[in-house]
Write a protein that binds this ligand. Sequence first.
Ligand SMILES: [Zn+2]
Length: 230
Amino acid sequence: MARPAPGQRSERAMGRLLELGERVELVSMDPHFHDISISLYRNSGDGGASCFLAHSYSGKEGTAERLAFVMRAMAAMGGMVPAPGQPGRLAFACGAEHRAAVKRLFLEACKKATGAEVAALPMRIYDKKNDLTIDATATGGGGYRLAAAGGEADDKVARRVDGVTRGLIKLAEMEPGAAAGEARFACGTAHDELVGLLLGRALNVRAAMREAEAAAARGILAAPSAQQQT
Ligand SMILES: [Zn+2]
């Protein structure tokens, strides 16, 4: 039988896929559990809320425990909550998808060894190159303001804050705020955990985007073999 092209599945596999939902991200080899592949699936829960599930086709003993840990890590690191009407799945309290952020959250959760301490990161980063600290503060309605402490030349500090804000807007799919250094989530809900998670990456957006593109390419290449695993 010819290997199915990505997007084409046998009917049996299709039924399974529909049950799981749409695959939004893939870790093709989990370094913390026998190099199994783990995928993140999305479907719709009550009120159309986006609900997420980490799943693996691996039959290795302990896979269920590994997946349960990844889900716990996503909840702790990303502020996700039990999905409405979808037992065992997670959602954001606002019900929005936040696709770019949830993909990153899933990848970061898979980098943690089972049993590792998992917690949300503070909304603060240290920019070593410019010796300054950048803090994000929630301003209500899903809005955030970034401000720097330290650094020497004011214009350089302002440019840096602006750059990090733009990076955060791109990585978290936020909207620019009314003033420089401001950004907001379109859902109108605070997501401190996501801001903490993505703020560090916003320091070097180009590297983060390259990594995202490489992961996407890997996902396409790994898709058929991931389907064949049992
Ligand atoms: Zn939201």
